[in-house]
Design a protein around this ligand. Structure first.
Ligand SMILES: Nc1nc2c(ncn2[C@@H]2O[C@H](COP(=O)(O)O[C@H]3[C@@H](O)[C@H](n4cnc5c(=O)[nH]c(N)nc54)O[C@@H]3COP(=O)(O)O)[C@@H](O)[C@H]2O)c(=O)[nH]1
Length: 927
């Protein structure tokens, strides 16, 4: 009781005396103040008690009919916690106990207590009530704090670690009911690992050693899920026994966040460590606070070589060059970025070694340049994208195709083939691309302007480091020129260059094929040998260009005269073959022959010059028999053609078997000729030439003779053309010159002055560049005076290459050698050239002499030749003079010299010597 405090007392007593006594007793208590109110009845006591206006209630045991004990019980039951002291008349321990049980604070026996005793009991009751009330208040508050705490709290026995109390938050968190939890141990909500952890901690727990924060623990809910809580535990006494109060703060989210953060940090650290870039954390003074493995490697042996050496300001990204400890220089890409490191602002410097990339860039630059200037078209397609679009095309590709780069990129290469997609080479390309292989093909491609070109294409896959083909590269080449050239080559191999007609080789193939068809289908096949009459004079007189034009026109006319399945070929010169492979009847061939002769007979017009031609045709038929050798058919037709020529030209003749015989003979003869050269079966005959004005021998012509061991003497008109065609003429010609020069040395000096040996010159021999040297050697070897040598050349020989021929003749003439034009008048003698030719003599062909007395035209020609030659200061000789009439005509028209059977036939050298001596004995001046 506080100093000066007045306690308010209510006495519930039905006896007023007792009231007065009590009042007196209290009044006498020193230093203490009481205000005593009094009510006599139960109800009043109850009402005043419920009003709670008093500090202590003094309740008499007997309240009339009512009991003070009942009133105490009633007030207690109604929650009145005012201390109540029971006053009774008699000491009764049972009553005492009963009063305490019903809530009385004390029990006093009237008459046995003094004022101070009463005051002490009142004060004690009041204090105890206050303490109780405070305790009750406190307990209630703590219970409320425990029960309604939003954080999970539980109480567990220190010795048995079983749950003793759990709050709602714990029930909610763990998912177990309160009753379930109160039957469980705190180990039951832990994982095995956490149980072990707890067991390790337990000795300290059991000793009551632990208090405060226990760290973060993991718990398992009833549904098996895990949560993490930061646990605080405090030992205390609960229900009379040692216990711990645990408070669990759910940190699952935080724990996860922290774990994630830690994971992140670890990952980040790993990233830094594993980075191929060198990473450094540097403070503002340049001190390195962190260097990852790459940085350590980079600066190995040079710990001082920190980024101090690198600029700290300026651009955040730049390239730099660094010299390493071993002296090597590397190219670096440096990037600076601000960072926080251990709470300090620093800089993260990343150094990337770009030396390789730089080298690759350089390489790439060179390669790119190489591609740009390549003359081959190059495209690169992306194999990873649908339809493999072109992602690169060089300038050559644009030039090749005519497409600009922007028209190419993004397209599949097939646009180059247009509609021409059925090319076998395309399948090869597709198959190679599918099989990721190289391929080289030649394709028909089309430029932007639609023109076709032959594209030699090389395609190669481009794999990446893992071997995955990411691209294909195509290199293209325009082969058009080459192809055209090849086609031209193939065409020229199989076709005549001049006329475009098929070649002899193709003709032979067709002959063979047709031969088989003829036999199988019982048809007839004809081969025509067409030879132009008098073409040589056209060629010789109007030149080769005109001759070529004529041949081209003839070719077209022949083609127009036959059917599409027939073949026209050129054999060379003015000779053509017509193959009619499918004739129903042998007579049908005549229809074609007539058509051909009509076509050739039509006037030709070559550059405004009208020309008239005819042709001779030899015909051979193949019917039942198959000719193994197609050449045989050609030879048969050839023979028949000669027969047509002999029949006066402009004619056709059928081949007959006797012609075959002649072909056969010619072939044998060719072989014999070779042997004759080797065996020396030749002989040289000489025919004298006589001057008309005095009858003296003025020269002699060397004429070759072949004395065949079986066939006797063979005419040079047979074997000379053959030898000319085979080249055997060179050996023969050389032999003739050698022999004739040797004989002439012996004879010339014995003849009149100016007499010479006339030797026929082979065109083939004359065209040799060594011809002049050869003649010189003959003169040197024989010692023959050049004045005693006369060369007889034909007009054909001269016109082959007139300028060279003139030069050669001039060289010969400069040596003193005489030149005579043989067979003069048979060719288209060009007067223009005649005046330029360094010649001495013209020899009128026998053909004009034969009928010179009968045919006025021949006579006119002979007279004209003599007159022309004389005007050009040339000597004229007539050959083939056989009659006195011919001699008389020639003499009358001033022909200078005569050669012919009239005087002498060609004869061996010995006979000539004898003939000369006889000739000299004739009467003076007589011919
Ligand atoms: N390149 C060479 N050609 C030569 C050589 N030897 C001869 N030939 C040429 O062969 C052709 C034929 O010559 P051949 O049979 O000897 O005939 C010559 C004379 O025999 C013949 N002739 C002369 N007079 C008469 C005659 O009165 N009647 C007649 N029926 N024939 C006669 O004429 C030929 C002369 O020819 P040519 O050279 O034109 O003066 C012939 O073309 C020879 O050229 C040789 O060694 N090399």
């Amino acid at each position: 009781m506080l100093q000066g405090e007045t306690l308010r007392l209510l006495l519930i007593e039905d006896d007023e005396d007792d009231y007065l006594i009590l009042r007196e007793l209290l009044a006498d208590v020193p230093n203490q103040h009481f205000r005593l109110d009094w009510v006599a009845h139960y109800e009043d006591g109850l009402a005043r008690g419920l009003s709670r206006e008093h500090d202590v209630l003094l309740v008499d045991y007997r309240l009339g009919a009512d009991s003070g004990l009942a009133l105490i019980g009633d007030l207690n039951a109604r929650g009145v916690q005012i201390p109540m002291i029971l006053l009774t008349g008699l000491a009764d321990s049972e009553l005492d106990a009963r009063a305490i049980e019903l809530g009385a604070s004390d029990y006093l026996v009237k008459g046995e207590f003094s004022g101070p005793m009463l005051a002490r009991s009142i004060r004690y009751a009041r204090d105890r009530a206050q303490i109780n009330n405070r305790l009750i208040d406190s307990e209630a508050r703590y219970r409320l704090l425990f029960e309604s705490n939003p954080e999970p709290m539980w109480v567990f026995g220190r010795d048995n670690i079983r749950f003793l109390a759990v709050n709602d938050a714990t029930v909610k968190l763990l998912g177990y009911s309160r009753a379930e939890l109160l039957g469980m141990s705190i180990l039951d909500i832990r994982s095995e690992e956490e149980k072990k952890r707890f067991v390790e901690l337990y000795p300290r727990l059991r000793d009551g050693d632990l208090t405060g924060r226990m760290g973060v623990w993991s718990y398992i809910r009833k549904d098996g899920s895990l949560f993490h809580a930061e646990v605080h535990a405090h030992p205390f006494e609960y229900m009379g026994g040692p216990a711990y109060l645990a408070l669990a703060l759910d940190v699952t989210g935080k724990f996860r966040a922290e774990a994630a953060l830690e994971q992140k940090q670890q990952a980040f650290h790993q990233l830094l460590e594993d980075s191929r870039d060198a990473l450094l954390v540097v403070d503002s003074r340049g001190d390195v606070h962190y260097a990852n493995k790459s940085a350590e490697r980079l600066f190995l042996g040079r710990p001082d070589c920190s980024p101090v050496a690198l600029p700290h300001d300026g651009p955040v990204r730049f390239e730099s060059r660094l010299t390493l400890a071993d002296g090597d220089q590397i190219e670096l890409e440096v990037q600076r970025s601000p960072t926080e490191w251990n709470g300090q602002s620093m800089e993260l410097i990343s150094l990337r070694d770009i030396s390789r990339r730089k080298r690759q860039d350089e390489q790439l630059r060179l390669l790119k340049r190489g591609l740009e200037v390549s003359i081959d078209g190059v495209v690169i397609v992306d194999a990873m994208q649908p339809d493999m679009p072109i992602i690169y095309a060089n300038a050559a590709f644009s030039t090749l195709t005519g497409y600009a780069e922007e028209e190419i990129l993004g397209r599949n290469c097939r646009f180059l083939q247009g509609d021409d997609l059925q090319q076998p080479a395309l399948n090869e390309v597709r198959s190679a691309i599918g099989g990721l292989r190289d391929v080289q093909v030649v394709l028909r491609n089309y430029r932007k302007d639609g023109s076709m070109f032959w594209n030699e294409l090389y395609v190669a896959p481009v794999p990446d480091d893992n071997g995955v083909v990411t691209h294909f590269i195509g290199v293209q080449n325009d082969l058009t020129e080459q192809k055209t050239y090849e086609q031209e080559l193939a065409h020229s191999a199989s076709h005549d260059r001049l006329t475009g007609l098929v070649s002899r080789q193709i003709l032979e193939d067709r002959l063979r094929q047709s031969g088989e068809m003829v036999q199988r289908y019982k048809r007839k096949m004809a081969v025509l040998f067409v030879d132009l009459d008098s073409f040589k004079p056209i060629n010789d007189s109007l030149g080769h260009t005109t001759g070529d034009q004529v041949l081209i026109q003839v070719a077209r006319r022949l083609e127009s005269a036959v059917r599409p399945g027939d073949t026209v070929a050129r054999m060379g010169g003015d000779e053509f073959i017509v193959l009619l492979p499918d004739l129903a009847h042998a007579e049908d061939v005549i229809i074609v022959v007539d058509r051909i002769m009509d076509q050739i007979a039509r006037p030709f017009d070559v550059d405004g010059v009208p020309l008239q031609l005819t042709c001779s045709i030899g015909i051979t038929l193949s019917g039942d028999k198959v000719n193994d050798d197609p050449l045989q058919l050609i030879q048969q037709a050839d023979l028949a053609m000669y027969k047509a020529k002999q029949h006066g030209r402009n004619d056709y003749q059928w081949y007959t078997d006797d012609l075959t015989q002649r072909v056969h003979e010619r072939l044998i003869l060719r072989g014999d000729l070779q042997q004759a050269i080797e065996l020396g079966q030749f002989e040289l005959y000489y025919q004298p030439q006589v001057a008309v004005h005095n009858g003296q021998m003025c020269g002699f012509e060397a004429l070759l003779r072949w004395n065949h061991p079986e066939r006797g003497m063979i005419s040079p008109s047979i074997f000379i053309p053959m030898a000319e065609a085979t080249g055997q003429i060179i050996a023969l010609s050389e032999w003739v010159f050698k022999r004739a020069c040797r004989d002439a040395v012996m004879l010339c000096t014995k003849l009149t002055e100016g007499a010479a040996v006339a030797i026929n010159v082979s065109p083939l021999h004359f065209q040799r560049s060594s011809f002049v040297a050869f003649i010189q050697r003959m003169l040197d070897d024989s010692g023959l005076d050049p004045q005693c040598l006369e060369l007889e050349v034909t007009e054909g020989l001269l016109l082959n290459n007139i300028e060279d021929a003139i030069d050669t003749l001039q060289e010969l003439k400069d040596k003193g050698i005489k030149i005579a034009i043989d067979d003069f008048g048979t060719g288209f003698s060009s007067l223009n050239y005649l005046k330029r030719l360094p010649i001495d003599k013209v020899k009128i062909d026998k053909a004009f002499i034969d009928d010179v007395n009968e045919d006025g035209r021949d006579a006119a020609i002979v007279q004209s030749i003599i007159s022309l030659a004389h005007n050009l200061q040339l000597t004229v000789i007539a050959e083939g003079v056989e009659t006195d009439e011919q001699l008389a005509f020639l003499a009358k028209h001033d022909c200078d010299e005569i050669q012919g059977y009239l005087f002498a036939r060609p004869m061996p050298f010995g006979d000539l010597i004898r003939w000369i001596s006889q000739w000299r004995q004739r009467p003076e001046g007589r011919l």
